[in-house]
Each structure stands twice: as structure tokens, then as C-alpha cells.
Write a protein that binds this ligand. Sequence first.
Ligand code: URP
Ligand code: ZN
Ligand code: ZN
Length: 460
Amino acid sequence: MSVLLQNCRIITAEKDYLADIYISKDKITDIGVNLLIQADQIIDASGKYVIPGGVDVHTHLDMPLGDTFSSDDFETGTRAAAFGGTTTIIDFATQSRGMRIRDAFDLWMRKAEGKACIDYGFHMIITDLSEAQLRVMDEMVQEGVTSFKLFMAYPNSLMVDDSTILKAMNKAKKNGSLICVHAEDGNEIENLIKQSITDGKKEPIYHALTRPPSTEAAAVKRVIRLSKEANVPVYIVHVSSFDALKQISDARLEGYPVFAETCPQYLFLSIEDLRRQNFEGAKYVFTPPVREKWHQEKLWEGLINNSLQIVSTDHCPFNFKGQKDLGRNDFTKIPNGGPGIENRMQLIFEGGVNQKRISLNRWVEITSTAPAKIFGMYPKKGTIAVGSDADLVVWDPNAEHIINARTHHMRVDYSLYEGFKVNGMAEVVISRGEVIIDKGRWLGNIGRGEYIKRKSSIEP
Ligand code: URP
Ligand code: ZN
Ligand code: ZN
């Protein structure tokens, strides 16, 4: 199968130019002006942008939480991602306490196999790091799991202590993997939660009030200190506040390899959403919480000046009816997480490019190229180049769209961005040479996605 894309305005992280793109099987094999090559399929991209497929490095599909699971599995979640212009995800396999890392990996491979519609890799969440499991981290790197996430929050389930983080960092230094950290001070938050419940403060807003920005900043500061001690890079996931960002930008200014992502929810939503009436605030319960509105512009600045390198989604959806309402009388029982895998590219295009905060190149960089580079998939993913996987999006910059839960493809009964007007939309989505979306129609096969054995992006 071959595809010729004609009259493309190709946008990569570095370039913006006019050319045709030729795809043979799953790879880009030629890029040039007026290519005269026979193809099975011709796509005219006049007036559109052609960008590398989006890379979302933070998703939780089919994720167990208490007695429930995130509502998108690998079929519905990856298909929705494709509708939004994302062609690669990295999901989190979770080693729950007492479980072997290898078993967690096998379990998540089974969850994805035969279901994923786009390509996928895994990070491994570590909760238990005995000497034996420490050795398995090396095995995981051989399997293509080249990043590990540790939690400084959720003391009753996922949190690890600083010595475990340090142990993992020392191991990562040897095997070239990257340590990712959920940075919130779990013990401090636990005290605030207990006090809130004792005081009878149980509405969704208290989710944010018991996790103030200072608890995020303190944890970021602590983990940066650990990474300095171990002399390894560190990646901070889902940065939500200026306070945390300041710790990161200060460390970067001093020359330390601290990397970080933020997510659309922190750029577009605020603590006011948690105050919505009739328990609607529960829809906005995810961790870290949404902040006061002024933090949003600070995070955009972080993306502009490269203190933040990536926008991911932390897609972790739970239905309002039947899942979020488990916490109707107590915010601590509301499943933490929100949907967004489908909306990332268009929201960052709208808030970034249309609102003139960032260039087209930077949009591609933070949603595709930097994620592929930092997580060991570049140049297979994250760019448009001869030899790269043919993961491409024909992006219509003028398409008007109103985000709406009735028309989105995520398996969740609400949208965090209900009624948001965005201009710009994925019109054609190509994954490894196959047109899987054409003008709002799904053309791919379920289960066509392939596991990506990632390289380490950090030299051991
Ligand atoms: O609320 C969230 N973010 N749920 C997913 C787990 C995590 O902490 O990333
Ligand atoms: Zn997290
Ligand atoms: Zn997450």
C-alpha cells in the first residue's frame, strides 16, 4: 500500500515548508516538491497543515481504582485519541503493592493486545522495590519500558518513600531509564484531608483545598534534591501550579536536567470548576487539582520558555453517573481522574497557536516531538522525515468545532471542556501508513496498534 500526500504545508518542530510526502507501507520514503510517483491513494492537503501524529505520554486506560476501572479501555481510548490527531500513547502499567513488576507488564500487554487502535508503549508505576524487583527494572528496559513512575502522594496505595525513589534513581542511572514522579506531599495532604473530614467539609471543592500548591511545590523541591544527589535526570508529571513550576525552572536555570509536563486541564480549567453546583464539581476531581485561574498563564509561559517541555493529558476518565457519584457524600471517595485524550491537540492549537502564545512549530514540539524524544521513540515517532513511521495528521486550521460529550468518542458521559469553541481539527489521520480517520469517519481495524519497544533517551 502506498499513499501520496500532495501540496502539504509540512510543520515539524523545526521547519515549515511546502512539499509532497510519499508513504510506502508503514514508512515515509520520500519528501519533495511535485513528487511524480504512482500511489494507491492520493490525498490533496492544499490549505491544510501536515504534522507528525500527536504523542500523548500520560494515559490511564483500563486502570483499576478501588472497585472500579477508568471508563476507556485500550479500544475506546486509543480510537478517541486518533480522532483527536494522536497516533501514539504511553500508558501506565501499575505494579500494585505486593505484585511483581513482570506480572504488571504482562497484564497491561494483555489489556492492550487486540484492542489498541494506535501504537502504544508503557511506563511502569513502581510501588514495591525489593532487591529482586530492582533487578527486574533492567529486564523492563530490555522490554522497551524505559521510564518508571513513582508516587510521592496517595499514602494508602501508591506512595513510596524517598529512599525508594533514590534507589530507583540509582538503578535508572545504570540502565539509562528515566524516573518520572508524581510530586505532591502525600503525608501533608493526608493530614489536611483528615482535618477537612473532621470539620465536615466533604464537598468536591475540598479536594483542591486539601492539596494546596505548596504541597506540590514542596514535593517537587524534594525530588529535585534527590535527583541532584543521584545525579540523574528527572521528569515531573502533570505540573499544575506556578509554585511547582518555579522549582523546576530554577533548577533548570542552574543547569540541572529536570524535565516536566503540564496538561490541558491546568491550562484551561480552574478551582472555580470544583465549586459547580449539584455535585457537578466532581467531574473536575483529578490530582493534582485545578488551581486558581492565574496559574494558567504561568503554565503557558512555562511552555513558551521551555521550563515545561510536554503537554500530555493524564487521561483517566470516570463516568459522572455510576463512578464519580461514589463520592457524593465525601470527596475522598470520588475517583480521581478526568478525560481528555481526544481534545489535547485541538485545545493546545486553540490556546497556543490561535491565541498567539506559541508558534506552529512549538505546538508540534510540545505535543509530538519532545514527547517522542524524551521517551525514546524519536525519530520513529514525533517527526516527518524519510525513514520515520508514517504517522501523519492532515490538520484543518479553520475547522470550527464545539467540544461536546454527545459527539466525542471517549467512553465517558461528560466533557471537561463542554461547550468550548475551538478552531482546528484533525481531518485525516494516518498511522503507520494506514488512513485510520477520514473527515470524522473511523476506517481502521480495532487492535491494529503495535507495542513500541522504546529506547532509552538518556545515555546510561
Ligand atoms: O487524578 C489523576 N490524575 N488520576 C490518575 C493517576 C495520576 O495520579 O496520574
Ligand atoms: Zn500522577
Ligand atoms: Zn496520571
